[in-house]
Design a protein around this ligand. Structure first.
Ligand SMILES: C[S@@+](CC[C@H](N)C(=O)[O-])C[C@H]1O[C@@H](n2cnc3c(N)ncnc32)[C@H](O)[C@@H]1O
Length: 357
């Protein structure tokens, strides 16, 4: 069977692979698009070699219904699987020659179960490691977002999707060790945030598990921060409703995330067939602002931080090949350029401040 190694790799029974009939969701097009029953995989078959930009275009066409999570290449040398984690040979050559894009539904990739599992598994990776070349940059970004809130002395802080908690911790410290509430879907992340808060001297900390779409705090807070979270939400309307519900009237809301409109992000979408779902799911600063203005929030300021291509590529190269030799210079460059702007094209991340209605 031409696709046996691929189906076996995906854990799909070969007999389910039935071109035509009910299983075929886009017959007669090139590429053939086939959906495979219960296991939830959709495969896009592309015969012959294809360039990376051509595969990236196909991936963009499948989004937002489907998200491509693996790419199989079948040629005379065998069948190889490529994911964001790397490339691996999975079988001998088969009769099919070409590419197979393996996709899952967006809702499934961004589902609560997938989110908890992903962040629980890699909670340490999001904590940052002191002494590593990128650590100063990692902590600077969180401090930048925290201080963008201009925290007021004693005002309680809520970190909405806290991860390891650094944004909330920096804000609470800037507010004179104010009380910090934080939540995240991942229990492991909340545990890390609690430990980090304690070790940073933020003694009044309440951590809970929960999602932004249904926040686990019923009270409202004078300072709310959410950094790098909305791009993971499968239901951004509900997520913004949840965010708005947590803000005290007249209080400060700071939200930041990836900038899908930066030159670097646009280049990645045009040239890379495999990308994390959040990069496709991310909102522009304008779209996020419109969501909040519809809910009565008043915009105060938008800033760009984290310079786009080639800075992240140089930082990666510096960290992995030069033991971080360039990291201080790149960080200094980022710090110099970060700030209020109406042209976000040069930045991979945006942050905005609003006044709550
Ligand atoms: C990129 S990390 C950012 C963590 C932290 N805010 C920071 O800036 O370091 C994204 C975090 O969002 C959380 N998350 C994902 N989906 C979420 C949702 N729907 N509601 C709230 N948090 C979510 C994840 O568990 C993860 O800890």
């Amino acid at each position: 069977m031409a696709f046996a190694p691929i189906l076996s790799d995906l854990g799909v029974e070969a007999r389910r692979f039935e071109p035509g009939g009910d299983s075929c969701i886009a017959a007669g097009r090139a590429p053939a698009l086939l959906q495979i029953g219960r296991e939830g995989w959709a495969l896009a078959l592309v015969e012959g070699p294809r360039s990376e930009p051509a595969l990236a275009r196909l991936r963009n066409e499948l989004w937002p219904a489907l998200h491509v999570v693996a790419l199989f290449q079948a040629d005379e040398s065998g069948v190889h699987r490529e994911t964001l984690q790397g490339r691996k040979r999975i079988g001998e050559a088969v009769t099919f020659r070409g590419m197979v894009l393996a996709a899952r539904r967006r809702e499934e990739v961004l589902s609560p179960t997938a989110t908890v599992s992903k962040f629980d598994t890699n909670a340490g990776g999001w904590n940052g490691e002191p002494g590593q070349p990128g650590y100063a940059h990692f902590r600077w970004m969180r401090r930048y977002v925290a201080l963008f809130a201009q925290p007021k002395a004693g005002a309680r802080v809520l970190d909405f999707g806290c991860g390891a908690g650094w944004v909330g911790i920096e804000a609470a410290r800037a507010a004179g060790n104010a009380e910090l509430a934080a939540f995240d879907p991942s229990p492991e992340m909340v545990r890390n945030a609690e430990k980090n808060a304690r070790e940073s001297g933020v003694s009044r900390f309440v951590g809970r598990t929960g999602f932004g779409e249904d926040p686990p705090f019923s009270e409202r807070f004078p300072t709310v921060l959410s950094s790098g979270v909305v791009s993971f939400s499968p239901d951004q309307e509900r997520w913004f409703d949840g965010l708005a519900r947590c803000c005290e009237s007249g209080g400060t809301l700071v939200i930041g995330d990836l900038n899908p409109a930066s030159r670097g992000m646009e280049h990645r979408r045009a040239t890379r067939p495999l990308l994390p779902a959040r990069e496709l799911n991310a909102l522009t600063a304008e779209a996020a602002r419109a969501q909040l203005e519809r809910r009565g929030f008043v915009h105060e300021c938008t800033a760009g931080y984290q310079l786009t291509r080639p800075v992240p590529q140089l930082a990666h190269w510096s960290d992995t090949k030069l033991h971080g030799a360039l990291s201080p210079i790149l960080l200094a460059w980022n710090r110099l350029r970060a700030g209020p702007t109406s042209d976000l094209g040069a930045f991979d991340s945006w942050v905005q401040r609003f006044r709550a209605p």
